[in-house]
Write a protein that binds this ligand. Structure first.
Ligand code: DAK
Length: 261
């Protein structure tokens, strides 16, 4: 990956086993252009490959996680050019990370911003978060999974309401609808996010990778097949050192020391 210091649209930091990627285009409310995509994916995949990292946080500023794809960059695109360059297809790579990805939204998460937030495994929102898919107001539709992931998260009728009217919903409605994992106070938001991330990063990485894979499988398989695969994966974890360590630590009333193997 490009050296971390050469990133221009994001900032990265590491605290213990938690890596944080912060989208940083304040003048455009963190609108997602091609450079943001390249840098976020490069940083996330770099952290994913780093065995010292147990959780990745993707966040923005207090005012905006991201106000959508960069409309000024998209404005002059035409078909088939947009298709041939496979614009924005690579955002999907975030859904394939093995390391748990926590998306932390304060302020606007609109259009592509909402879709990127939904690529995470855990979605944390500050009380100021505003979610929406306003593409319809631009004469287009969501194109990075909004019609699919939002519908799976909140159901057909709430998704249609948001996608057909372009309205935004606040954090409280988003939590009630099943879009967000937790709503946290605006003050100290990033600190609380870090606590959740540290908690996840403190687990066996073999177990977290298996858990995220299996929960994601719930969207792709039938119940019978999903439950069968879960059981196989569960059995397979009994071949890991971390299963022995976790259970021994419980029985002997001590903290486990994960080997991630
Ligand atoms: N793109 C470019 N610039 C943006 C932007 C955006 N999405 N959102 C905000 N900005 C810029 C504004 O133009 C303004 O820049 P200057 O005029 O100062 O140069 C600056 O950020 C501050 O914005 P405002 O002055 O508008 O700030 P306000 O607080 O008044 O309003 C707002 C905040 C978030 C309500 C407003 O900025 C807004 O409505 N923004 C647009 C929201 C939106 O429509 N988002 C959806 C974009 S469409 C694809 C897949 C998916 C997509 C695209 C392609 N492919 C597979 C190819 C996704 C599409 C989208 O996300």
């Amino acid at each position: 990956m490009a050296p971390m210091s050469s990133f221009e649209t994001i900032q990265t930091s590491v605290e213990g086993a938690v890596a944080t990627i912060t989208i940083d285009r304040p003048k455009a409310l963190n609108a997602l252009n091609s450079q943001v995509l390249e840098e976020v994916v490069a940083a996330a995949e770099g952290f994913d490959a780093d065995e010292n990292i147990g959780a990745i946080v993707l966040t923005g500023s207090e005012k905006a996680f991201a106000a959508g794809a960069d409309i000024k960059e998209m404005q002059t695109k035409s078909y088939p050019g947009i298709r041939m360059e496979r614009m924005f297809e690579d955002w999907e790579r975030l859904a394939k990370l093995e390391t748990p990805l926590i998306t932390a939204v304060s302020g606007y998460a609109l259009g592509g911003g909402c879709e990127v937030a939904m690529l995470g495994d855990i979605l944390l929102a500050s009380e100021s978060a505003k979610f929406g898919q306003p593409e319809i107001t631009l004469g287009i539709i969501p194109g990075m999974g909004g019609t699919q992931r939002l519908t799976r998260a909140v159901g057909k009728y709430k998704a249609m309401d948001l996608i057909l009217t372009g309205r935004t919903m606040d954090a409280e409605e988003a939590e009630r609808s099943g879009l967000v994992s937790r709503v946290l106070p605006v003050e100290g938001f990033q600190k609380e996010v870090a606590k959740v991330a540290q908690k996840v990063a403190g687990m066996s990485q073999v177990a977290t990778a298996a858990a995220t894979k299996m929960v994601d499988a719930a969207y792709e398989t039938t119940l019978t097949q999903g439950v069968a695969t879960e059981r196989d994966t569960f059995w397979a974890l009994f071949a890991t050192e971390d299963q022995s360590e976790g259970m021994d630590a419980f029985v002997n009333k001590r903290k486990p020391e994960w080997k991630n193997s």
